[in-house]
Write a protein that binds this ligand. Structure first.
Ligand code: ADP
Length: 603
């Protein structure tokens, strides 16, 4: 092929290629347009999806915020030990979050007729009304409760849509929107939670859901609080009763007798750490086993069923007290068999019973003694009276010599003295009994009194034909110028009784009397004789009224020592005897010694 032909061929090829290129470019343009359309469509779709996504995201964010609030509320309520504090904090969080004006929790009171606001939170500028919302009568809130409990929720942004009696109430508080939820458990309503708003507010569905959930939590807490309060109140009541009852109460395991519970009265005696100890060990020391009379084995029957209450009385040598005890088998709180014991102190009653028996015995004895005394007395009175009357008759006889007459007159005189003495004794006993015996203490020269007694009793011994008995005034313990403030008549009377007895019951030997100072404020007197003596077991009884040693009879009324004892006690002292049968007796008595100046001596 020549060059021209080659060029022509190339030109054809170029033309061909151009035509091909043109066709592709047209195609290309067409596809470009298609692409643009598609792109626009895609962009529109993306925009729609983005808007949708943004909305979803906002919704999610809102939900997240709600959840965060819910979690925060739950955390606070769980972690805060002070429940009331926790409630108040969470109310504030919710109030601020939902931008309401006031959140209140009302609960029904235990009286069943009123309700009170228990918790309240107010936003800034809103005055609290909790103080005016206490003990409101349930009946006044009836329309409100009816609506709330019927619908289980009151949620409105327009209170005027509610019944007039309700919106009037809310209107007074400038409320425009409310959300109220009942608090209830197992179908029982015990209060409600109310969110009030004083400006325009639209309740969001999710917000209502959040508040409903939180309200449910509050509701549970309030219920728990109510139950706990009721339980602790009833526990306190039980404790107070158990601890203040004047009866010891304990519960012990049936098998082991280990104490499971003890009330305060029991613990006071057995110790605070008594739980876990064996009941019989905690009550009585030294016991090697349960109390002898313990009815434990009889408290249940052969089927292991309680047989009822068993009563018994017991004396506790540790406390030295008597108890009336009640035992019964019970099922303890953990289901195990236990013994409950209630013991009441009956010591006073027991003592009264013993006292009554003693008093009866004493009354019977004193009745016997009085009869004996009367019999004795009539003899005692009759003897001097007979003496007086009999010898008066003799004296009237003109034939009598003057000497004989004088003898008879002496007998009459002595009988009269004896009679007067007896009557005096009876009067003294009566006076002492009626507490009408008074002391008239004056300064007395005791040494002088002793000397006078010696002179008197020397002649007395003579008159009794007992001149052979030596009368010794023992002045070894005398104090110089011993001036005491005593009743001289009564002091002399005590001496007369003791000296009279000494003379009466002594036939040989001596009678010694005197005094000594035993303590700075006591003078101790003694009258000792070598007479018949008194058996040891009579040393106390002879001071009792109408009581005599009974191993002899030498006349007398059995009143002398008793009167002496009463008088000595009135002078601030005691009287006692040391004596051996057939050897003699020494009567001692002491009196209060109040020294005074010699110049003041009256007697
Ligand atoms: P009574 O009038 O019987 O002597 P008292 O009360 O003076 O009454 O004495 C009570 C009893 O005490 C007397 O009956 C007597 O048994 C006994 N007694 C009192 N003093 C003496 C004494 N010095 N020696 C022996 N027995 C005495």
């Amino acid at each position: 092929m020549n060059q021209t032909e080659r060029i022509a061929q190339l030109e054809d090829e170029v033309r061909e290629l151009k035509a091909q290129l043109y066709a592709t470019s047209e195609e290309f343009e067409a596809s470009n347009e298609e692409l643009d359309k598609f792109k626009t469509q895609l962009e529109q779709m993306v925009e729609l999806k983005t808007t949708e996504l943004t909305a979803r995201q906002e919704e999610l964010e809102k939900l997240n915020r709600h959840q965060e609030v819910f979690i925060k509320v739950m955390q606070i309520l769980q972690l805060e030990e002070d429940v009331s504090k926790g409630m108040n904090i969470t109310l504030e969080i919710i109030g601020n979050y939902t931008r309401v004006s006031r959140v209140q929790i009302f609960e029904n009171n235990t009286d069943g007729t009123t309700y009170s606001c228990r918790y309240e939170w107010c936003s800034e500028g809103i005055d609290p009304i909790i103080h005016f919302s206490q003990n409101l009568p349930l009946k006044y809130g009836k329309p409100w409760f009816d609506l709330l409990y019927a619908n289980n929720i009151i949620c409105t942004s327009d209170i005027y849509s509610l019944a007039p009696e309700i919106y009037e109430m809310l209107d007074r508080q400038y409320v425009k929107a409310i959300l109220a939820l009942p608090m209830s458990m197992y179908g029982t309503h015990f209060g409600f939670i109310i969110f009030t708003v004083c400006n325009d507010k639209t309740w969001d569905e999710k917000e209502v859901e959040l508040l409903t959930n939180i309200s449910q939590v509050f509701s549970n807490i309030i219920r728990r609080q109510q139950v706990e309060t009721a339980m602790s109140l009833s526990q306190q009541t039980m404790r107070t009763v158990l601890d203040n009852i004047n009866t010891k109460i304990f519960v012990a395991e049936y098998e082991s007798s280990k104490i499971l519970f003890a009330n305060n009265t029991f613990r006071q005696e057995a110790g605070e750490d008594v739980e876990g100890k064996l009941c019989w060990q905690s009550l009585k020391s030294g016991l090697k086993g349960p109390c002898e009379k313990c009815p434990r084995l009889n408290l249940i029957d052969s089927n292991g069923l309680p047989t009822g209450v068993h009563y018994w009385e017991d004396y506790n040598p540790n406390t030295k007290r008597w108890y009336f005890i009640m035992n019964t088998a019970i099922k303890w709180v953990n289901g195990q068999l236990a013994v409950m014991e209630l013991s009441t102190d009956i010591t006073e009653r027991k003592l009264n019973e013993i006292e009554l028996v003693r008093a009866r015995e004493k009354a019977e004895e004193s009745d016997k003694l009085k009869s004996a005394f009367l019999a004795n007395m009539s003899h005692e009175i009759r003897t001097p009276i007979n003496g007086i009357l009999g010898f008066l008759r003799f004296v009237a006889n003109d034939d009598l010599s003057n000497e004989r007459k004088q003898d008879y007159l002496n007998i009459i005189n002595n009988s009269a003295i004896q009679l007067v003495q007896l009557i005096d004794d009876i009067i003294d006993v009566a006076k002492i009994e009626a507490r009408q015996m008074n002391m008239f203490p004056v300064p007395v020269d005791v040494n002088k009194l002793m000397n006078e007694l010696q002179i008197y009793y020397e002649s007395f011994l003579q008159s009794k034909n007992k001149i052979h008995i030596m009368l010794i005034l023992d002045d070894s313990g005398f104090i110089d110028n011993c001036i005491a403030l005593v009743d001289p008549i009564r002091l002399r009377q005590v001496f007369n009784n003791l000296m009279g007895n000494a003379v009466k019951y002594t036939d040989k030997g001596y009678i010694r009397f005197g005094y000594r100072q035993t303590t700075p404020d006591k003078l101790e007197f003694v009258v000792e004789d070598t007479g018949i003596g008194i058996e040891e077991n009579k040393h106390k009884v002879i001071f009792k009224r109408f009581r005599q040693a009974e191993n002899h009879f030498r006349g007398g009324t059995g009143l002398g020592l008793n009167i002496a004892q009463s008088l000595v006690q009135m002078m601030g002292g005691n009287i006692w005897v040391e004596s051996k049968i057939d050897e003699g007796s020494a009567f001692y008595f002491d009196v209060l010694f109040v020294p005074v100046n010699k110049e003041d001596v009256v007697v």
